[in-house]
Design a protein around this ligand. Structure first.
Ligand code: IMO
Ligand code: MG
Length: 421
């Protein structure tokens, strides 16, 4: 059976966890493919909230094997915290597998992330400071430490070299140096605890494909944060787009099925970088409060604004989206009037051309269409045709402009508040 994929369409925090939770209810495997604990996926089940940064949220379904794929960078301390948290809530983590080829985030990566943000001064990216970028740098420099070597304690020599190099940098900037003996002592403990979860996930997933098992790939981050097709340099350091799903799991394009792009009925961004439909005003403040738009990972208030269909069309194009999943329709429906960006005006001409080029974007002006809001309580609506007319008009227009069908409509925070089209 082909693997279905859930991806973020904008700048992250689109509510991927909710869609993943629904789809993984009948998935045999739920797989994280890229990024690390910079992600924050929250799920509400029977009024209980769970926040996952690293473990695929599909782990809450006991029949689903949750896989951390080879493209992920793994902070072992955070992983163990998440495992413990699951155990405290009555879930064992026996259905967790971690790729032997995923790379380990060490404390020096986190310190390096902070140093680099400091050095950027007023040009900072606004990273999550979780060591993600520096861990990927080591991976590509081919001095990174992989999970398989880590849990089998074949990493001391490389670790000593890495700490020496990092300490030279820390020292030259007057930052505190890392004590390699402390790192070894601390991380050896993590290695022992994680060993039971580490396997060759590429082989595992291909066996699953051969056995016709259902695989769900959980995207983290989002299209416009992609290192290649996102708004560089204000991006993350991996490929959260469809290509990263293939390389981050070892699943070839031929085995990919549905590709769902998740979005909110409005938009948000954390960290710096261009954001054309941002409402840095009372509208943005209202959306932030209504949608509880504060980071799951860093608790930062998110920048909020209208939904941008020019950017969404771009996400549909670069990922080959086959369906849209739109969350927070209930939230946007609390406003009297809603705007939808259906074009960019540049040099007096309006069109649908999107580019992540910062110079291009800086002179683009959003062109809006206005819709009536006040959708009322839609949390129990189960069919798209039963939605209020105003909601239908809004959703129909999104579909019409982007040319991709809406497959899921989020109508509230709870697990059941969703329309499957
Ligand atoms: P989920 O999976 C929102 C953003 C950071 C920063 C930039 C680079 O919850 O949608 P990094 O720490 O990755 O080097 O930071 O990327 N960012 C996210 N924003 N949601 C995320 O994940 C994000 N992961 C990274 O805010 O602007
Ligand atoms: Mg997030």
């Amino acid at each position: 059976m082909k693997a279905d994929v859930v991806l973020g369409s904008f700048y992250g925090d689109e509510g991927k966890g909710k869609i993943i939770d629904y789809l993984s209810q009948n998935a045999d495997f739920a797989v994280r493919c890229s990024g690390g604990n910079n992600a924050g996926h929250s799920i509400e089940i029977d009024g209980k909230k769970f926040a996952f940064h690293l473990i695929p949220s599909g782990i809450l379904n006991k029949n689903t094997i949750a896989v951390i794929g080879n493209g992920v960078v793994v902070d072992p301390k955070v992983l163990l915290e998440e495992i413990n948290n699951l155990k405290e809530n009555g879930y064992d983590a026996k259905n967790l597998r971690v790729s032997d080829k995923s790379h380990v985030i060490f404390s020096y990566h986190i310190e390096m992330d902070k140093l680099q943000e400091d050095l950027r001064g007023n040009k900072k990216i606004g990273t999550t400071c979780r060591g993600i970028g520096p861990a990927y740098c080591d991976k590509y420099e081919r001095c990174g430490i992989r999970m398989g070597d880590f849990v089998n304690k074949r990493y001391e020599e490389q670790l000593r070299k890495n700490v020496e190099v990092k300490n030279n940098i820390f020292r030259s900037y007057g930052y505190k140096e890392i004590d390699v003996e402390n790192v070894l002592e601390e991380y050896n403990r993590y290695a022992d605890k994680l060993k039971e979860y580490v396997v060759d996930t590429v082989a595992l997933l291909h066996e699953a494909i051969e056995q016709d098992k259902k695989i769900l790939c959980e995207g983290a981050q989002a299209t416009l944060l992609d290192i290649d097709v996102g708004s560089y340099p204000f991006v993350t350091s991996s490929n959260p787009t469809i290509g990263g799903i293939c390389t981050g799991t070892g699943i070839g394009a031929r085995f990919i099925g549905e590709v769902y792009g998740v979005l909110k009925a409005y938009s948000s961004r954390v960290g710096e970088g261009p954001y054309i439909t941002e409402q840095d005003n009372e509208i943005g403040d209202m959306i932030r409060e209504l949608g509880h738009e504060y980071g799951t990972t860093t608790k930062r208030p998110r920048r909020c604004g209208w939904l941008d269909l020019v950017a969404l069309k771009y996400a549909a194009m670069v990922n080959g989206l086959t369906g849209l999943a739109i969350n927070h329709v209930d939230t946007i429906g609390k406003l009297d009037k809603i705007k939808l960006c259906t074009g960019y005006k540049k040099d007096g001409v309006t069109n649908m051309k999107f580019s992540v080029d910062l110079d291009y974007l800086k002179d683009c002006e959003p062109v809006y269409e206005t819709f009536d809001g006040n959708f009322g309580d839609i949390s129990n609506v189960k069919k798209r045709e039963d939605l209020p007319e105003n909601a239908k008009k809004y959703l129909n227009r999104i579909e019409e402009v982007v040319g991709v069908p809406i497959k899921f409509i989020g109508t509230g925070a709870g697990r059941d508040s969703m329309i499957v089209c």
